[in-house]
Design a binder for this molecule. Sequence first.
Ligand SMILES: Nc1ncnc2c1ncn2[C@@H]1O[C@H](COP(=O)(O)OP(=O)(O)OP(=O)(O)O)[C@@H](O)[C@H]1O
Ligand SMILES: [Mg+2]
Length: 343
Amino acid sequence: MKATNYTDTIASFPSFHNMIGKSKAIRKVFEIIKKVAFGDAAVFIFGESGVGKELVARSIHDFSERRNHSFVPINCGALPDSLFESELFGYEKGAFTGAFQSKPGLVELASGGTLFLDEICELSQTLQVKLLRMLEENKIRRIGGKAEIPVNVRIVTATNRDVESFLQNGKLREDLYFRINTIQLRVPPLRERRRDIPLLADFFLKQFETKYCRQINGIGAQALQILQDYEWPGNVRELRNVIERTYYLATPPTICHTDLPMNIAKYHIENNRQKWDKLTYKEAKEMVLEKFEKEYLRHHLKKHKWNISRTANICEIDRRTIHRLINKFNLRANHTNGKNTGE
Ligand SMILES: Nc1ncnc2c1ncn2[C@@H]1O[C@H](COP(=O)(O)OP(=O)(O)OP(=O)(O)O)[C@@H](O)[C@H]1O
Ligand SMILES: [Mg+2]
């Protein structure tokens, strides 16, 4: 099998830098990234867990004038206060037991570049004050040091918490929040951009194929529909995990609906029943018809290697209708060697 690298894989998908997607919601995010990348305004990224906040932060850095310097991510929730401070600001030799030599902190290492403070709401009150001081003065002092070292970093922060309630109960200081919140960027949950689900699923599948060299030719129409209907509480991360797990367990050539994890299949059955409860006979019939149109067309396009004229002849549908349905259902060829050749 031809080995493709990550960059090749990404290039064959609608994407922005390192992010896959073409839904309206994600394109809006791409637009904001492009606008805010230039300049030094502090960006505050919020959104549910697994939506891609760190990817957004990296894209902002990579599109900024700071791209030739470091992007330094720090997880504010991962370290106890004492360690966090020495990690962030560094220390001088002898500052504490075990400080055998001086060490610059992450802020110094990020100088000229971007400091990404992830999970900002987890930062303790004491550290919030210290961080704010650094941001206001653009200087740091290493633990045990006397000299004030000037720093030049762009601050990008992120959280998956409900910021309003953290502000209300005083867990996040308002003065710090105002300082880091010049530009707000919301990354929408995956269920608000369902159009990206087939793309992302295909993309992850390609990544696993490249990594593990076991070829699966794509995801069957029914499985794809189930993935698109699911709510994805864990967002893109959950989708990636599901594709990885399914990739291992599926029997080639394609992933079909029976290969999907139980919780997702179960959700689909429940959800369908609930949908029928709310629909009139006419609406329910239209829904089923649409599903049929999509599955029928996918099947024939795949069978005839995306030759539109042949598909039109055999199915006795005119080509314009086929093009209209391809656009309507956002269909595309599943494998790289079977590209959508159009005619
Ligand atoms: N648009 C996208 N295209 C490709 N991969 C994506 C996209 N969005 C997210 N991912 C992938 O999903 C996973 C989760 O993304 P990321 O770590 O950026 O999320 P997060 O919002 O920071 O999550 P958390 O709140 O848990 O920290 C990563 O493996 C990332 O590469
Ligand atoms: Mg994150």
